[in-house]
Design a protein around this ligand. Structure first.
Ligand code: PYC
Length: 313
């Protein structure tokens, strides 16, 4: 792996993003889905070096900035975390745009960004906030009954918002900061139960994000706790999770196109969300939030460092 790796860190509604701007492997100029396969199979050390301890932490989401395949797009990006790769990442896209603006590489306006699951659009507003026009989102399965190891049966929807989510209301827990450890354990149990009951997304895709809902503070429509693959919870309201939620609200007929939905995270941070429905009935979420740059730096790896590529999880 070349040395050093240039990074810029940001947080979006409390959730950190580490953007790799130089020093990553040469993945060529093909479609992002092909570059993701190359990264995963040949250069996974980049992910582990950038994200895992001692240089990173479980909470970080990584983003590798890539030249776009279609040169009319502003950039390409591949998102990753402590255990693997993400199809899309809403908070990470907001962080990417804020970071590129901080570096003077983009200005206010609309930017097309290629991801492995499709091209999205991000609008940088004059006040620094960003609206992400996400990939088309949909509900795959409605009100699935899931029996947990303690004998309780809960219910949830399976939906796609750029990642796969199980969205559950009747989990039986209070959604407060001081219940985060309990919620993490509960969401993990739900994720394992989905696997053992062979409940998946489309094409047998693993449902790797669990989204628990509860009542929100005044001014928001809903509060959520989102457990990401790798066992870190999302400090933000989760852009792809909010997209999956919008798809379910649209399918239930309880939120009309262009009506605002305020999604609150477990730490109380918020995204403004709405969706558009196209002529074919597809749901296209729009997620607005704000990111702040926190650090510009270089990752250094010394050849005799026993943890040169991070501590194995
Ligand atoms: O904002 O989409 C998101 C996200 C996914 C995982 C962490 N954040």
């Amino acid at each position: 792996m070349p040395n050093p790796i240039d990074i810029i860190d940001s947080h979006t509604a409390g959730e950190p993003t580490r953007l790799v701007i130089a020093g990553g492997p040469d993945l060529g100029a093909g479609p992002l889905v092909e570059r993701l396969a190359l990264l995963r199979h040949h250069y996974d050390t980049l992910r582990r070096t950038v994200i895992n301890e001692p240089r990173g932490s479980d909470v970080l989401v990584g983003a590798l900035l890539c030249p776009p395949h279609d040169t009319s797009a502003s950039a390409g990006v591949i998102f990753f975390n402590n255990v693997g790769y993400l199809g899309m990442c809403g908070h990470g896209t907001i962080g990417l745009i804020a970071s590129l603006a901080y570096l003077g590489r983009i200005t206010v306006g609309e930017h097309r960004i290629e991801t492995p699951v499709g091209t999205i659009t991000a609008q940088l507003h004059p006040d620094g906030s960003v609206t992400v026009a996400n990939v088309a989102s949909y509900r795959h399965a409605h009100h699935i009954a899931l029996t947990l190891p303690d004998g309780r049966t809960i219910h949830g929807d399976v939906a796609w918002g750029g990642n796969w989510f199980f969205l559950c209301h009747d989990h039986g827990y209070d959604l407060h900061r001081d219940t985060i450890a309990t919620l993490t354990q509960a969401a993990n149990t739900i994720r394992q139960a989905l696997v053992s009951h062979s409940i998946t997304g489309a094409d047998n895709a693993e449902i790797d994000h669990i989204e628990l809902f509860g009542p929100a503070a005044p001014g928001a429509d809903s509060r959520s706790f989102v457990l990401c693959p790798g066992d870190a919870y999302d400090r933000s309201p989760c852009g792809t999770g909010t997209s999956a939620k919008l798809a379910c609200l649209a399918a239930d007929g309880v939120l009309a196109p262009d009506h605002e939905w305020i999604q609150e995270s477990i730490i109380g941070s918020r995204f403004q969300a709405r969706y558009r429905r196209d002529a074919t009935g597809q749901i296209w979420p729009l997620i607005t939030g704000r990111a702040y740059v926190t650090m510009v730096g270089q990752i250094i790896t010394e050849i005799d460092d026993p943890f040169i590529n991070g501590i194995q999880r």
